[in-house]
Design a protein around this ligand. Sequence first.
Ligand SMILES: [Cu+2]
Length: 316
Amino acid sequence: MGSDVKQAGRFKQWVGGVAALVLSANVAAQSADPHRWQLNMGKGVTASSQHAYDAHMLALWICVAIGALVFGAMAIAMFRFRKSRGVTPATFTHNTTAEIIWTVVPIILLVIMAVPATRKLIAMYDTRDAAMTVKVTGVQWMWHYEYMGEDVTLTSRLDRESDRLRQNRGTTRAELDAHGHYLLDVDNPLVLPTDTKIRFVVTADDVIHSWWVPAFGWKQDAIPGLVNEAWTEILEPGVYRGQCAELCGKDHGFMPIVVRAVPPAEFAQWLAAEKARNAPATPAPAPTEAAPVEPAAAADDATAQSPSAPAAPAAG
Ligand SMILES: [Cu+2]
C-alpha cells in the first residue's frame, strides 16, 4: 500500500516534471535562460544572437541533408550491391563528372553559408549610431559599469547569499536550490533599456576578463590597457545572466553578470533616480532628517571621489 502511494507520488512527480519541461520551453523563450535537457542553442534576445541562431540552423540543416544523402547512398550500396547477391564489382577508378560535381556542390554550399554569415559578422562589429555607451571594466573579481556621459556608475558583485553559501562548508543541496540563481546573482545588476542600440566599451583593471551574456549572442574580452567594443540591442525586457568567460584568478567563477533589461521609459526613470542618488548632496532639501545626515553624506562623497588613494611614489 505504502509503496503504491509512493509510486503514485513518483508518477505525479514525473508527470509534473514533463509538464514543467514542456512549459519551460515557452518560458525559456522569454527568459532566454538555458533549461534542463535543452538540445539546441538558444535564440537569445538580440538581433546578433538571432542572426547567430539563423546561421547555425542553416548550417545544421545543410549538414542534415548531406548526412541523409551520404549515409543513405552508403546504405543502399551496401544492401543492393552486396556479394551474397552475386554482384560483381565494376572495374573503373575515375569518373570526371562525379568528381566535378562533388567539388562544385560543396563550394556552392560554402558560399551559401559564408555570405550571410559574413554579413552578420560585419553587422556585429558595427558600433556606429549607438544611442548610449556603457563602459564595462573587469576587476578581480567584480564588474564596474559606467554610463558614459551620465555620471552614473555601478559596481556589481556576487550577491551576499551566494557568497555565504559558497564559503560555508555545511551548505546543502536544498539551500543551493532554494537560492534559485546560486553564483548567477549580483548585488547591483546592470540596467539597460530595450529597443535601444547600446555600445559597450570593454576593458579591465588588472588581468584579462571577458564579459559574456549568452542571451546577447556575443562575448568580449576585457583586457587591461585596451578598449574593446561591442554593441547590443535587447529586443525583450527581462533578466539576463552571464559570467566572466576568461580565467582570471581564483575567484573567476564568482563574478557573474546580471542585466536587467527594461522598457526605455522605465530606464529613463531609473537613470534619473541613480543620478539623483549619486549627485553631491545639495544642502537645501532635507525634509525628514536634519543634522546627522550631513557628515555621513560627506564621508560617502570622500570615499566616492577617491576610491583608491594613490600610493606615495617610491624613493629612488
Ligand atoms: Cu574575470
